[in-house]
Design a protein around this ligand. Structure first.
Ligand SMILES: *Cc1c(COP(=O)(O)O)cnc(C)c1O
Length: 374
């Protein structure tokens, strides 16, 4: 089965990992520092904290903000559950605002309508690798003193108004799962434009340990001393994983270019096929295409999906609206809340898109899709 996404691993990646295994540090050594510095550079020169997954990155981000019961977090339903559940697990109320029907991105007008004095965070998602409209979210966040968060699990390397992802929101989270732009097997990162949030993120991902003598509340201890001021978890990424990440980041531009090339080929081949709609791109962004979300019209999504799977094409659907998950239904969220997200979901199929997909394989996908739609 041709997958919808997969990693691209080179001999250099393998050698980078082997080199760490032969060395002194398996974790929290020089590879972690190098990986974080490299992420920081490509994400607007803001401090980066690596961590064990994109889900962990979201948990860290919400914890660093101090999200707690009584707070509201406005986000999109057109995302992976972790964008919302990272706030829910801290006791916040998640308020789902609807998406733009064409892009599937969080709609600023819907966010504005959802604002309240309790809004603590506005969390946008760069669905498919296309940055959301941060210049529209900024004044909305400022108007209620909320933090702006970019779940950039799809979009590392993308730009918006010539600014890199990582520079667009107060906090940005990345995922390095194998299907994403670059991988560390499992992994993620949090980038922060705010020094205090960056510090809190770092401590939360490191069990809450404080190691700076200037800040000790128990003074005059020996060199062994470290202390905890706020609870945290162990979300540290290893040197083994970061070595893979460093090697992968060296090819980020190449991955992005190949994904853009494949996206353009799909757009061109599919534009004249009746019964589908190709993805929309705004003029002010340079996306990092993680997904190729085609929309199947006339209520035929399920049928076309099943035909493609039967033809050996591992298509996926991204995403069921988050509030459809039973955990949110049990909290009283109702289907029908965000009609655009529901329509988008009902039509969407993610076609195979990854750097090592060959033109021949892509042509097979295009032929199978055209046949399924006949
Ligand atoms: C993949 C993903 C995550 C979670 O990342 P993991 O590394 O799989 O935990 C969060 N948000 C979005 C939008 C994602 O696509």
């Amino acid at each position: 089965m041709l997958p919808y996404g997969r990693q691209s691993i080179s001999e250099a990646d393998i050698e980078a990992v082997a080199q760490v295994l032969r060395g002194d540090w398996l974790t929290t050594g020089p590879a972690v520092d190098q990986f974080e510095e490299t992420i920081s550079k490509l994400a607007g020169n803001h401090p980066a904290v690596s961590c064990t997954s994109g889900t962990a990155a979201l948990h860290i981000a919400y914890a660093a903000i101090g999200v707690e019961p009584g707070d509201e977090v406005i986000t999109t339903p057109m995302t992976f559950v972790a964008t919302a559940s990272g706030a829910s697990i801290l006791g916040a109320k998640v308020v789902f605002a609807d998406v733009e029907l064409d892009t599937g991105l969080l709609d600023p007008a819907a966010v504005e309508a959802a604002l309240s004095p309790r809004t603590r965070v506005i969390a946008a998602v760069d669905y498919a690798g296309h940055p959301a409209d941060y210049d529209a979210f900024r004044p909305l966040a400022d108007s209620v003193g909320a933090v702006l968060l970019d779940d950039a699990a799809h979009s590392i390397g993308a730009t918006y108004h010539d600014r890199p992802v990582g520079d667009l929101a107060d906090l940005t989270t990345f995922s390095f799962f194998p299907t994403k732009m670059v991988t560390t097997a499992e992994g993620g990162a949090v980038v922060s434009r705010n020094a205090e949030l960056a510090q809190r993120a770092r401590e939360f991902h490191f069990i809450g340990l404080v190691r700076d003598p200037q800040r000790f509340r128990i003074p005059d201890q020996g060199a062994w001393h470290q202390e905890v001021h706020a609870f945290g978890l162990n979300y540290r990424l290893s040197d083994v994983a970061c070595a893979l990440g460093m090697s992968q980041l060296a090819r980020l531009a190449q991955f992005k270019a190949r994904r853009a090339e494949l996206t353009a080929r799909y757009n061109d081949a599919l534009k004249d096929i009746a019964g589908l709609r190709t993805p929309v791109q705004r003029s002010d962004v340079d996306p990092a295409w993680h997904l190729y979300p085609v929309r199947i019209l006339d209520g035929r999504r399920r049928e076309v999906f099943d035909k493609l799977r039967a033809a050996g094409i591992g298509v996926q659907v991204n995403y069921m609206p988050v509030y459809w998950h039973p955990v949110y239904q049990d909290l009283g969220y109702k289907q029908g809340m965000c009609p655009n997200a529901e329509q988008f979901f009902s039509e969407e199929i993610s076609l195979p898109l990854f750097p090592d997909l060959t033109n021949e394989q892509q042509d097979q996908v295009i032929d199978a899709l055209a046949e399924a739609l006949q």
